[in-house]
Design a protein around this ligand. Structure first.
Ligand code: SF4
Ligand code: SF4
Length: 281
């Protein structure tokens, strides 16, 4: 299988980001997070990403239109545009004689929904962590505030995945940091949800990541949205003020490639002041 031809095809099918990882990069994961639990013959994991266009965030940034993001940044982007890209790449692989398992990006926090059908397999449904997989495929990193960042678009993209038995040349791991860390960036959360720290290590890359109180995010009225798939999933923060701040900061510091004539933030940011009673959540 020619990996360059596959990437060319994926780009023609609309992919902005393509990352390839050999299955050996997933060997440290537990069975419930192992791609081979879904497809035991998996040799290669392919991550496909499409950007959230910057203008899709504009209505939320101005505080005047939230639906545009929900359509073009969330449901239509994942379930129409990116799903079509993923399906076309899966068809391409299968046209060439390799099985291709397309996977939507469902929350890895979703608990098992059933009982194990064999003693040596995990219970259905195995939910993979796409941010973790995108890191293993060399596409980027988990930033301090918990957003997956790429050097192309910062935090604004969505991913889907294909598991295949095709042997493909893996992309290199991306060891250099995109996120400068809280010391050099204005980490901003009006609800105080970002605090504490932990270190995440993926394929030898250490990332210091803040511990986020997602109970506060689930109450946040500053552009955060409920997880569209499952109540156990984390809230969608990609349009929230914390993530829009992150985007603006990465653009201004020249840390991402997709640059614009005008800066993203044109006016002082709006914020809804809130008191969150954690005992009521
Ligand atoms: S979603 Fe809201 S509460 Fe959560 S980190 Fe972002 S700004 Fe803070
Ligand atoms: S806001 Fe700054 S510190 Fe937080 S993830 Fe983005 S770049 Fe990193």
């Amino acid at each position: 299988m020619d990996d360059l031809r596959l990437k060319e095809f994926a780009r023609e099918a609309g992919a902005d980001l393509i990352g390839i990882a050999g299955i050996d990069r997933f060997k440290d994961l537990p069975q419930e997070k192992d791609p081979q639990a879904i497809f035991p013959e998996t040799k290669t994991v392919i991550l496909l990403g499409r950007r959230i266009t910057r203008g899709t965030l504009r209505g939320v940034e101005e505080g005047t239109n939230f639906y545009n993001y929900l359509a073009f940044g969330q449901s239509w982007l994942s379930e129409r545009f990116l799903a079509l890209t993923t399906f076309q790449v899966a068809e391409y692989l299968e046209d060439n004689g390799w099985e291709a398992v397309p996977l939507p990006n469902l929350p890895p926090e979703v608990p098992p929904m059933g009982v194990r059908v064999k003693p040596d397999t995990p219970a259905p449904n195995v939910m993979l962590d796409f941010d973790d997989a995108a890191c293993r495929a060399g596409l980027g990193e988990i930033g301090y505030c918990g957003f997956f960042l790429t050097p192309e678009f910062g935090p604004r993209q969505r991913f889907q995945m294909i598991l295949t038995d095709a042997p493909l040349k893996p992309d290199g791991l991306r060891m250099e940091r995109i996120c400068p860390g809280p010391g050099q960036c204005q980490v901003f959360c009006p609800l105080g949800a970002i605090k504490g720290e932990k270190v995440i290590t993926i394929c030898g890359k250490n990332m210091v990541v803040a511990q986020t109180d997602y109970r506060r995010c689930s109450e946040c009225k500053n552009g955060a949205m409920a997880n569209p798939y499952h109540p156990a999933g984390k809230p969608d923060r990609l349009a929230a003020v914390c993530c829009r701040n992150c985007l603006d900061s990465l653009e201004r510091s020249g840390r991402i490639k997709n640059q614009f004539q005008l800066s993203f933030r044109q006016r002082p940011v709006w914020v809804v002041e809130q008191t969150v009673d954690l005992f009521k959540i």
